[in-house]
Design a protein around this ligand. Structure first.
Ligand code: GLN
Length: 301
């Protein structure tokens, strides 16, 4: 495994077509696109790192996986009254289907749906307490107390989050927010601004598989269901393409990170800040594609 990921990191390091970094969040526009990291936490307990695997990056929408786990822990299947489980075929921040579908977002991984999961784990607490719960969950999953929120990134997103404010107010107009839009947005932007390295993210992803010494934070059924949503919705309108090329449940973020799960085998994190046209890491997707092909880990056989 180590030889394979060293080879993937070496192959991709020569690439010049890396895609563009996200610039709608000013703080993310400053990130050097010329970076690539990969980490694999295997079910046998071993850990493999290559490239910039120890460099922290903004996990952004990968945080929606942890938020979903927390929201399900809070209200269980009642969550599905407020958010669907279907791919949207639209970009991550689209408003298009919300009107037609009366304020019920298609799934928990598009922004509208993630605002509902944030609203759910936030209910009854202050943003500080809710983010404390979220960080405790992520730190327990990764077994790493050093994981923290990058305040500069959170502020930078909050100052420019016009589209997400519009989405939150639109959800509220349908009665699908329990907290005020400002409170939900403040919490959401901090949630997205968690910094993690590939090493930390691969370790955190272990809560989605059974493995030797892995943290047991979810039932098997919930692991299976979150994996199903990652496969069908984790890459927005690029989810079909990711399933076709990689064949693993995955969740991307505009910081250039991707968490993918090879059920029963491994939790994989890759990071490269340049994005493809769907807003998913360009080299990260390619790395996952090579890895899945060489290991035969695709869930489709
Ligand atoms: N915080 C980002 C946003 O809401 C997350 C988007 C993403 O990573 N795709 O715009």
């Amino acid at each position: 495994m180590q030889d394979l990921i060293d080879e993937i990191a070496a192959t991709l390091s020569t690439r010049t077509d890396r895609g563009a970094v996200a610039d709608y969040i000013p703080e993310l526009a400053k990130v050097d696109p010329d970076q690539f990291g990969i980490a694999i936490a295997m079910a046998d307990g071993s850990l493999h790192l290559a490239g910039d695997a120890e460099t922290p990056f903004s996990i952004q929408s990968v945080s929606k996986v942890f938020a979903l786990a927390l929201a399900l822990g809070r209200v269980g299947d009642q969550l599905w009254r407020r958010v669907g489980r279907e791919p949207s075929g639209q970009s991550f921040n689209s408003m298009l289907l919300l009107e037609r579908e009366e304020g019920i977002p298609r799934n928990p991984f598009i922004n509208a749906g993630a605002l509902v999961t944030t609203d759910t784990y936030l209910a009854g607490s202050t943003p500080r307490e809710a983010l404390g719960h979220l960080l405790r969950f992520v730190r327990a999953a990764a077994d790493d107390e050093a994981i923290h929120i990058n305040q500069a990134v959170a502020r930078s997103e909050l100052e420019t989050a016009h589209r997400n404010f519009a989405l939150a107010h639109y959800l509220a107009s349908f009665g699908n927010l329990q907290n005020g839009p400002d409170k939900v947005l403040g919490t959401y932007c901090h949630q997205c601004a968690i910094d993690m390295s590939c090493r930390q993210l691969a370790l955190a992803g272990r809560f989605l598989i059974e493995g030797k010494g892995f943290p047991r934070l979810l039932t098997r059924e919930r692991q299976r269901r979150i994996n199903a949503l990652m496969m069908t919705c984790g890459h927005y309108d690029g989810s079909g393409d990711f399933a076709f090329r990689v064949g693993l449940p995955g969740k991307s973020g505009v910081g250039g990170g991707i968490l993918a799960i090879a059920p029963g085998r491994a939790s994989i994190a890759v990071w490269s800040p340049g994005l493809n046209r769907y807003g998913n890491s360009s080299l990260g997707t390619e790395a996952m594609e090579i890895l899945a092909r060489r290991t035969g880990w695709s869930v489709f056989g």
